[in-house]
Design a protein around this ligand. Sequence first.
Ligand code: FDA
Length: 578
Amino acid sequence: MHVVETDVLIVGSGPAGAAAALALSTYGVPHIVVTRYSRLTRTPRAHITNQRTMEVLRDLGVEDEVLAKATPQNLMGNTTFCTSLAGEELGRIRSWGNDPLVQAAHDLASPTRMCDMPQHLMEPVLIDAALARGSNVRFSTVYKSFEQDEDGVTVTVEDRLRGDEYQIRAKYLIGADGGRSQVAEDAGLPMGGQMGVAGSINIVFDADLTKYTAHRPSTLYWVLAPGATVGGIGAGLVRCVSPWNEWLIVWGYDVSAGAPDLTEEYALSVVRQLVGDDDIPVTIKSSSAWTVNEMYAETYANGRVLCAGDAVHRHPPSNGLGSNTSIQDAYNLAWKLKLVLDGTATPKLLDTYDAERAPVGKQIVTRANKSIGETAPIFEALDGLSPQTPEQLWANIEARKDATEAAEKQRAALREAIAYKVYEFNAHGVDLNQRYTSDAIVPDGTPDPGFDRDRELYHQPSSRPGAKLPHAWITSGTRTVSTLDTVGRGRFTLLTGIGGEIWLRAAQAQPLDIATVVVGPGQQYEDPYGDWARLSEVSEAGALLVRPDGYVAFRHADAAGNAEQLLTDALRRILGHG
Ligand code: FDA
């Protein structure tokens, strides 16, 4: 059988596989992507793109293109609860950084803005850039099986155009083949949780809904209507794909009864119910059934086979974490593969992928499923959970307008229940507070300060090893750049200040290429606002060693006589030579 050779084989061209291809091509690692279909996804699927993902895309050079194609943050933020788009509004919550206080937190946390980038627009940006940088993408090619030995992985694939099979011999295999991952199954990755918790239907359609949405611009409009608590993701959802003409409805079904027949007539009836205005012309584009899952892999790797994205964490779209986490998995993995493949690091570095990302996967699966449950109090406030006729539900909703004590209580309960959805729609900490513990992180002996405020809601910057480098605006001549712009691009970076020359010499003495950054008056970068002095948490003569993915790997509070030894020891541990 014909055998093709490469360093890394990626199965899948969704957000995880496409981001892996982009990062590996940026780092110059030879690789092949195989993907089942003849094209990238046609349906909008995942869309919320958080600040951490935008930082990753900024480092990989595609941030501007994504922003140009995405719906901007300011049109995302009036998450609305209603009886239908044309019906009564029950309340709103400012979301996705659009609350003024949260917006300030977003501005302080990152040089990037979150946006709404539907998956059918995101995948081509990632794959086109990867192709331009040398990625080899084989469409209509299906992964069938793998065998691994000490030196590599032999993968059998099927060419769907020719109808025959061939083999690809790679040093490493990335299984980015989604929620039904065959690679994860063949690798025997142990999974926790369960699949098929509830049934959901996606209906994509065109309709001009400007008159119901432009005055309360939002990505999400939730519909509380009869039948909306059956299956699904908490309530009926009308999601904006492109303001205000392209939409995606998520509607539940009873998973024990099986998915309904997805005829155009059925899809249209759901659209009519949730939009509530039969005069608006509607064109159904597609409909598909899927299930809400609550499953995560306990480990992400087996030898030379490493899985990423939905292959290892399967959860509903609540909190918008699917493609974000998938892209961030790939970004965590790619630089490690590069350093192992070019001999800078030993394969032990790859063990840290699992150690760092598996806890994140478990956390986001749990968070997303919890968010579904947190919609129930909105129905409860309207006595809308118990079995009833549509007339009863409408009467309950109407009753909240009465001038009675009971109605006043109902209004308060409704406001409180909607406000609590902040954990789904404005959870800045869930997006940014990951802390890694692994052999690629060298503890500095300081006690873990924990989080001052709710760690899911509020981002807390830290330069402690295992945290992402804090963002601060600094200057270089007339240019203002983020501290995050001084790191990345596949390299380690050492940051220090005036008095930190010994750290610079220590970095230059290392066998690997380490970028150096000095911040201070008259230096390469200056800190005119004093933000970096406040956020760096080390003295000016101290040092932070930042990994290619922007995470602090090592820090030292001040100048150290044995800086070279300290840095050498740290890098030996990080690179798996210890
Ligand atoms: P993803 O599933 O995107 O990609 C898997 C890739 O592997 C695909 O390219 C596929 O063709 C390929 N593949 C699979 N098996 C293969 C094989 N044997 N050989 C070769 N290639 C293979 N999220 C959200 O936030 N909001 C939403 O509305 C939705 N809606 C939605 C609808 C549908 C129908 C799906 C399937 C998923 C969603 N999601 C979603 C989830 C979101 O799309 C998901 O979290 C990300 O796409 C995960 O990215 P991955 O790259 O891990 O998998």
